[in-house]
Design a protein around this ligand. Structure first.
Ligand code: C5P
Length: 291
């Protein structure tokens, strides 16, 4: 961690990076008694990252470079620091500055990654030496996606998403990727709620797509596309572009991604999407599971 930060740490600062994720596959197995859904997810990190700058302080607090991001106790960074403090029995006395590159409400796990990195950073900086298992318990209490980010190697995530099993056969697999996100976001609880009463939109394919033996499918697409048909149409538009090997929604949306043969094709797709579909789209070109 911290090796790829784009800015240089000032004296007394330590910089950590928190990668975004995509769901290469997301299957919903059924609703549980606790209100969650059992899932079977294939999760991979991206080279798109937030940064978290830590420094010692008189109290535990945070700031963010992006206006509109809450920096109070509702932010997952603060929640993670508080979860850590429950075990630690003292204040972390860390000031955390979040440099936000991963959009919110996007299905890219930005908040979850920030939370996991906060736990790891506090463990390192305060020399507490909590075990992976202890960190996992704290992470799972913060959200279903948080444990994956403690060690973001390509993994199968089951249970409600918190049971993380690395997939060594895919450890060296990587692909160019392009992400498109409309201005609106989708909240995860609303996506799961929408599952009931969702239907298929004519002309949109939901079937698994196979890339290098990986079956890509997202069973939340049906629910989210019913409410936001534009996402279904954008997915189909992506599938018709040169070099696209697969196109899918990530997590509960609203980000759509396409795996391309080359990084140039990813860039061309992003340009074409802004020119032909919506000039206000947020786009990103890079690599999934960067080596
Ligand atoms: O665990 P997390 O805080 O990310 O979950 C947010 C909400 O998303 C849950 O309260 C639940 O409504 C929904 N969810 C679900 N099944 C999952 C994960 C999340 O129903 N496996």
């Amino acid at each position: 961690m911290g090796t790829k930060a784009t800015r240089k740490a000032k004296k007394g600062e330590t910089i950590y990076t928190a990668p975004a994720k995509i769901n290469l596959s997301l299957k919903v197995l059924g609703k549980r008694e606790d209100g969650y859904h059992n899932v079977d997810i294939l999760m991979a990190r991206l080279d798109l990252e937030d940064e978290l700058i830590f420094r010692n302080s008189r109290t535990t607090a945070m700031a963010c470079d992006t206006p509109g991001v809450p920096t109070d106790e509702s932010n997952l960074v603060m929640k993670a620091a508080r979860e850590f403090e429950k075990a630690y029995g003292r204040l972390t006395k860390q000031h955390m500055t979040l440099v936000k590159n991963v959009p919110h409400g996007a299905g890219l796990g930005g908040g979850s990654a920030d939370a996991a990195v906060t736990l790891k950073a506090c463990n390192e900086l305060l020399g507490t030496n909590y075990t992976e298992e202890e960190l996992h318990t704290m992470a799972a209490a913060l959200g279903s996606d948080v444990p994956f980010f403690l060690n973001p190697v390509i993994s199968r995530c089951t249970g409600r998403g918190e049971i993380v099993t690395p997939v060594p056969e895919l450890a060296e697999w990587s692909s160019p990727i392009v992400l498109l996100k409309p201005q609106f976001g989708v909240s995860t609880p609303s996506a799961y709620k929408l599952l009931h009463g969702a239907h298929r939109i004519k002309g949109v394919t939901y079937n698994p797509q196979v890339v290098d033996g990986i079956k890509l499918v997202n069973e939340l697409e049906r629910a989210v596309f019913t409410k936001f048909p534009v996402l279904g149409f954008t997915k189909m538009w992506m599938l018709g572009r040169p070099g696209v090997r697969a196109a899918l929604m990530s997590g509960s949306g609203s980000t759509l991604f396409a795996l391309t043969e080359t990084i140039e094709q990813a860039r061309e797709l992003a340009e074409a999407a802004k020119a032909e579909l919506d000039p206000t789209l947020w786009t990103y070109c890079g690599y999934v599971n960067p080596q």
